[in-house]
Design a protein around this ligand. Structure first.
Ligand code: CA
Length: 267
């Protein structure tokens, strides 16, 4: 019997912004979940993140159906991981071409964090500063490293976490979808165990809530949807300075709510 994955998702404009540039999508039939945070003037950010989510899900399904992969396959990772990276390359191209057609070059881009859940492994791909976390046995672990200027400064020891938190350069990304014809996609594979909770989120959540707060909320909810709603609400209460999106996935052999489709989209 397949292990059940329960999921919930919530996206909210926050308290300050005039539009919601975050997008998310769930394709439980192929066990794929995608979150994207768009950027760009006018409505370009909203368009970019929507193209990212739609293209990745469509291309992943297409590759599964055998219509081929984009680019070279990566050795040492699963077929699902290769499909996912290939789908993200296609999304990069789609956003880049859309930006060219609209004269929006330099102004249009998006992050992505996407997960494919196999039986015992998950493929995790990301570009930019949208993150994935895993809660296991009460411990929260960040599974992605931000592709941002600030995070890189911290990794190289040129800046402390405290300085990073106060920096005015937090929006500077080192990688994004749609800003150049090619993109470097980071892919990892992780074990997934019964009871694991995986969170995908945009920076509007992680800039407002500490890891301890995120862990407490994830650990105290009975259902994935409740956790997603409560995380987004807590980030709003904390200031809601940006759009906030959370996808919560829970692997549970005994869950009653397999692939529960319950979304709340706040505007
Ligand atoms: Ca954001």
């Amino acid at each position: 019997m397949r292990n059940k994955i329960e999921f919930g998702a919530c996206s909210d404009i926050g308290c300050v912004r005039e539009g919601n540039e975050d997008s998310f999508g769930a394709a439980p039939d192929v066990r794929l979940f995608v979150l994207s945070d768009g950027m760009g003037g006018l409505a370009f950010g909203e368009v970019a993140s929507r193209i990212a989510v739609e293209t990745i899900i469509r291309e992943y399904r297409g590759a599964k159906a055998g219509t081929g992969l984009n680019g070279d396959s990566i050795e040492g990772v699963s077929e699902a991981s290769n499909r996912l990276v290939s789908a993200i390359h296609a999304a990069n191209k789609a956003i880049y071409q859309n930006a060219e057609q609209n004269g929006a070059n330099q102004q249009m881009g998006a992050t992505v964090v996407a997960v494919h859940l196999a039986e015992e492994r998950m493929s995790l791909a990301h570009v930019g500063d949208s993150r994935a976390y895993r809660l296991r046995g009460g411990q929260l672990e960040q599974l992605t490293r931000d592709h941002s200027f600030i995070a890189e400064q911290v990794r190289q020891g040129r800046m402390t976490q405290l300085e990073a938190g106060r920096s005015g350069l937090q929006n500077v990304l080192l990688r994004a979808l749609g800003t150049s014809p090619k993109v470097d996609v980071e892919i990892t594979e992780e074990l997934i165990l019964d009871g694991d909770i995986v969170l995908l989120c945009s920076d509007g959540l992680t800039r407002e809530l500490t890891d301890a707060r995120i862990a407490a909320i994830l650990g105290s909810c009975d259902e994935a949807q409740e956790a997603a709603d409560r995380l987004v609400e807590a980030a709003k209460q904390a200031g809601g300075g940006d759009n906030i999106t959370a996808i919560v996935l829970r692997r549970d052999a005994n869950s009653r709510n397999s692939f529960a489709r319950m979304f709340r989209i706040g505007r």
